[in-house]
Every structure is written in C-alpha cells, then in structure tokens.
Write a protein that binds this ligand. Structure first.
Ligand code: ATP
Ligand code: MG
Length: 409
C-alpha cells in the first residue's frame, strides 16, 4: 500500500463555500466566478492547480501554504478553508494519514495538557464501505491511545479531525480557518462607490463587494483648496480594498468649480445637500462608462445633518441609478469595528480635510425639500457643470501591479 502523499506538509487547501440556496445556473456562475477569483488572488503568490469537486474547491499550491491560506481568507464566497492531507479511499490508509495529521496538530500542545477531541467524517462517495459514524469510531479508536493528550468529547471538541471521503481520495484536516463569506465578487455585477477618506465609505464598498458586486471607485477632490494628501489617502484606501477583489480603479473628479458655482447660487443652508446631488449626477455618468448598475455610499441614517431621511431623499433624487447604502442602520461603533477588521480604519483615521468641508454652511438644513433644491439649481447650468467635471476626471488603476507606478493627479 502506498502512503506517498501522507507527508509532513499538507497537500492542498480544501475550500468550502456557503450560500446553500444557490441553484441551477446561479450555482454554476457562483462556482465559475469563485474559481476565477481564487486563481487571480493566488496568482501573485504561487502557481496553483485547482480541482473542482461537488460543493468544494481544492487548491494545490506549489508551496507557501500559510500565505495561500491567508489570501484565501480575503476571497468573498469562501466560508472556510483547511489545509488537507490526502489518502487513498481505504480505511487503513485513512487511519495512517490521520496519525500524521494529528502529529502535526499535537505539536501545539504542551506536555501534560489535554484536548477534547473528536473525528468528524463526511462521505461524499457513498460507495465507501463504512458509514460516517463507523469511520469516526474506527479512526478514533485507532488513534486515541492512553498516552495521548486526546480525550473523546463529541459535543464540545477543541480539536476536530475532519475526514472528507471523496470519489478518488480522502482528505483529512485538523485546522479550519473562517473565510469572509458572502458571494464571489462579480456574481452581482458592478457598482460605483463614492469614496471619501472617511471611515464609512470604504466599509460600504467592502460590504457591496461582499455581496458579489465588483466595485469601481470615484472620489471628489477640490484642489487648490484641498491638498493632494487627501487624494493620496483615498488612493491608499482603494488599494487596501482592491485586495478583496480583482481590481482597484479610482476616478478622481475635480470638484472645486462645482462648489464655487453652488456657493454663488446662494442658499447657504442647502450647500452640502447640493454638493451631494452634484456628486450623484457625476457618479451616475461614470457608472454608465463602467457599466455599473448602482451607486454605493457610506451614508448612515442620522449620523450627520445631511443624513436625515428628508436630506437623503433630496440627494438620492439626483441619482440616475439605485443608491445602495450598506451602512444605513449601522452605529458608528459597528462601522469602526468592521473598518478595523478590513484594514481601513487606521488609514481613514488620519485627519485630512474632505472637499465637503469647503464653504461649510453655518446652519445646514435638516429637512431639505426637493423642490427647493431644484429651485436653486435652476439658477445654474447644471449640465454644463457636470460635463466640465467629467472632462477633467482622471481614472487611475491602483491594482497590485500598478502599485509602484507614479500616479499623476
Ligand atoms: P465617510 O466616512 O464615508 O466620509 P461620512 O459619515 O463622513 O462618510 P459624509 O461625509 O456626509 O458622511 O458623506 C456621506 C457619503 O457621501 C460618504 O460616505 C461617501 O459615500 C460620499 N462622499 C462624501 N464626500 C465624498 C467625496 N469627497 N468623494 C466621494 N464621495 C464622497
Ligand atoms: Mg465624510
């Protein structure tokens, strides 16, 4: 009998994905996109071979297992990953492999310590002669010996030896790392996120990605009033977010001429709402270029004066696409916790002025009306302002390969 693959190092990564409700063509799209995203995510790390199995993906990397595991934890659609050792589908071979897998897991246990333990097998190949519970018992009986620090506890195990019996091979593991969940980026099309250097909008972008949207970014920037460091901060944020999908494309829109025109139009208390309405219009055009089906913002109900129900209605009315607001009912603390997890919080916390801080109204209106917005805008050539802003808009590709490239702004 050959145990050639039961060596010290795991052979592959077993990738599990959730969303059990997916059926038919949706499921195929989900699996195809997930496989493509996994390949793209691992490309810069190490060459890999993928093997698709029913409801699982096996990734065979040529080394760098820890880096691969970490990277896979940033691929949406994955519910968990395990480094796995393979064995022929035969009970003696499985027992032998289980010993090796446990040897590895037990290295972390100090002398004298014990662990509650169980075996948990799944039989995808029903031709395997033993049922899952029988296999659990057989393997446990053969490997838990008096001298071992393992104590069988089926209900509250600290260490689980997993066995997946598949058609041609059994896969064993003792480690399971959580994935980010959600849907593979791209399965729900594209969205354009209005991203500032604040804490909220990067989190909103991440949440849209998590639900399967590929996110393109736009930021509004107001030179010469606001320094270049503000736009560099947004670029850094977009680079971090880009790690969660396969692209990091940012449009930088010069916004000062729009703001100056709005200030000239008077109605100071409406200024912030009017800025936002112009942002929605310009963003809608860029979304058209990018074939994006929705806009995403970091707005949250009641967080600031511009985010009352009435003011959000005024802002949204200027958009030509659905506006997704993933944080709408989040408390600030919830957003901060998520920003820390994603890795954007520290960057966002560096204080830089935002274009909206320009010419701030002393008493912003709390319950704006759409009719008043339209009345003020009638004093301006809105279309011309939008066209001029678009003409001076710069797209930047900030993906990993473009990291060191000098970006002119
Ligand atoms: P954030 O932390 O995302 O800046 P916020 O709570 O500070 O959000 P606002 O500043 O009122 O709220 O902005 C609301 C939303 O409008 C932002 O989440 C973002 O989607 C969009 N936005 C605001 N300023 C800009 C900007 N300069 N460029 C692009 N989008 C912006
Ligand atoms: Mg802000």
């Amino acid at each position: 009998m050959s145990f050639e693959s039961v060596s010290g190092a795991p052979e592959a990564v077993l990738v599990r994905y959730g969303e059990l409700m997916l059926k038919g063509a949706n499921r195929l799209d989900f699996e195809n996109t997930l496989a493509r995203n996994v390949r793209l995510a691992l490309e810069p790390i190490v060459p890999v071979r993928l093997q698709r199995e029913h409801a699982r993906l096996l990734v065979f990397p040529q080394g760098r297992m820890e880096a691969v595991l970490q990277r896979l934890q940033q691929v949406f659609g994955i519910s968990s990953v395990s480094p796995v050792w393979g064995a022929p589908c035969e009970s003696e071979a499985i027992v032998e492999c289980a010993r090796r897998v446990l040897e590895d897991a037990l290295l972390a246990i100090a002398p004298g310590e014990t662990r509650r333990f169980r075996v948990l097998s799944r039989r995808a190949d029903k031709r395997f002669p033993l049922g899952s519970m029988e296999l659990d018992r057989l393997v446990a009986a053969r490997i838990v010996q008096a001298s071992h620090p393992l104590r069988i506890d089926l209900d509250r195990p600290e260490l689980v030896l997993g066995i997946e019996v598949r058609e041609n091979r059994a896969w064993l593991y003792a480690r399971r790392e959580a994935g980010p969940g959600g849907l593979p980026v791209g399965t729900l099309g594209r969205a354009l996120c209005l991203v500032s250097g604040g804490i909220d909008s990067p989190v909103a972008a991440w949440m849209a990605m998590k639900r399967g949207c590929e996110v393109v970014f736009v930021t509004f920037h107001s030179p010469p009033y606001i320094g270049e460091n503000a736009v560099h901060k947004v670029m850094d944020l977009v680079r971090v977010l880009g790690r969660w999908q396969r692209s990091a494309r940012l449009y930088v829109v010069p916004f000062a001429p729009v703001q100056e025109a709005l200030c000239d139009a008077g109605a100071e208390s409406y200024r912030t709402i009017l800025y936002r309405r112009m942002m929605q219009r310009i963003a809608t055009h860029i979304a058209g270029l990018e074939r994006a089906g929705a806009l995403v913002t970091g707005e949250s109900l009641g967080q600031v004066a511009s985010q009352t129900m009435e003011n959000l209605a005024c802002i949204e009315q200027a958009a030509g696409l659905p506006v997704l607001r993933p944080l709408i009912c989040f408390d600030k603390q919830e957003t901060i916790a998520l920003a820390s997890r994603i890795g954007t919080y520290e960057l966002s916390s560096v204080q830089t002025p935002d274009c909206c801080s320009l010419f701030l109204p002393r008493h912003p209106v709390l319950r704006g009306s759409i009719a008043t917005c339209e009345e003020i805008e009638a004093r301006l050539d809105v279309d011309q302002l939008v066209r001029a802003a678009l003409a001076n808009t710069q797209p930047h590709n900030l993906g990993h390969t473009a990291r060191l490239r000098k970006v002119s702004t």
